[in-house]
Design a protein around this ligand. Structure first.
Ligand code: ATP
Length: 301
């Protein structure tokens, strides 16, 4: 049986009259990689700040390792939160940040950190405020990985990394997690990139949870049927359609719901191809918009 690391029930955060997190219920289990997904302003960072004791809840209940996080040094010691733009003292170098890290993280692996420094080609002696955006991201990623904190949050710190460096991050994360299982929460817009890492998906929209499910279940919960338009339309006639594309006489339609063996046989009879739906496609459908597009507030402005 897995242990529950986080229990949130009716958890809310209000800023004045604005509700950033609206009575959410969820739990995080030990030894899993979670994707905390949602559009800009959905409430992802606010949830992570609540869980790491950086801000106080306005309502509901929250337990992290069995306690209210903000008031327990013992809980805070087991957490690592890496934000997109980490703040460091002005004259700090990456070498200083790595030297200080074991004071905060009892599982700190200095050898692993050194290997990551080489992987990310991080200049150790340059002042952090002089680093490029990607190098600054690398400092956060290295601290987050080498901390081996039992509950680690990566709040999009890897967005500054180039494609090669991001792939290194995903590879090292997966390999190290396999050897040292812990609970990891990734918040990201780059869903397709991280889709294979995620074991569980929590989708937030307007401070509420739209979806809280195993990633495999989510992937299997819809399918795309493609082929001659007339045959596709015949196949999907009585099914819930969540996306449709057509080109000439060909159509590609995404349907909600898993397909069983009979469905697959019927599709083959009609000469249709069935493909799985990507996590990103499904989430775009569920939130009604492209996650990388403008927010509702921006659209209204
Ligand atoms: N200190 C604050 N005061 C007022 N509103 C705030 C404060 N912090 C966050 N908010 C608002 O709460 C909402 C949720 O913000 P949050 O940073 O959690 O979103 P997010 O999902 O992490 O977004 P992004 O993907 O853009 O980082 C936003 O509308 C934001 O403007």
């Amino acid at each position: 049986m897995t242990d529950t690391v986080v229990r949130a029930s009716g958890l809310s955060k209000r800023y004045g009259s604005f509700t950033a997190v609206d009575a959410v219920d969820f739990s995080l289990e030990d030894g899993r990689i979670y994707g905390l997904l949602g559009r800009n302003g959905a409430g992802k960072t606010t949830i992570m700040q609540l869980l790491t004791g950086q801000i106080f809840r306005s309502g509901g209940q929250l337990e992290v390792f069995g306690h209210e996080p903000a008031e327990h040094a013992d809980v805070l010691r087991r957490l690592c939160f890496i934000a997109e733009s980490q703040r460091y003292p002005d004259d700090f170098t990456p070498a200083d940040a790595l030297t200080a890290a074991p004071w905060f993280y009892e599982n700190w692996d200095a050898g692993f950190a050194q290997r990551l420094v080489a992987d990310f080609r991080l200049p150790l002696k340059r002042r952090i405020k002089k680093l490029s955006r990607g190098q600054l991201s690398a400092v956060g990623v290295i601290v987050g990985l080498a901390s081996r904190a039992p509950l680690t949050f990566f709040d999009e710190p890897y967005l500054g990394l180039d494609a090669v460096a991001r792939q290194i991050f995903y590879d090292r994360l997966l390999a190290d997690y396999a050897e040292h299982p812990r609970t990891i929460v990734l918040s990201t817009h780059l869903i397709d990139e991280v889709a294979n890492l995620l074991e569980h998906v929590i989708l937030i929209d307007h401070g509420r949870i739209l979806l809280d499910r195993d990633a495999d279940e989510v992937r299997g919960s819809a399918a795309t049927v493609a082929g001659p338009a007339a045959a596709v339309e015949e196949f999907v006639a009585d099914r819930p359609v969540i996306g449709r594309q057509s080109l000439g006489g060909l159509a590609s339609v995404t349907i909600d719901g898993a397909l069983d063996r009979d469905d697959r046989f019927a599709a083959a009879e009609l000469g249709l191809e069935i493909a799985p739906v990507s996590l990103q496609q499904l989430i775009v459908h569920l939130t009604g918009h492209d996650l990388t597009g403008p927010t509702a507030e921006e659209e209204a402005a």
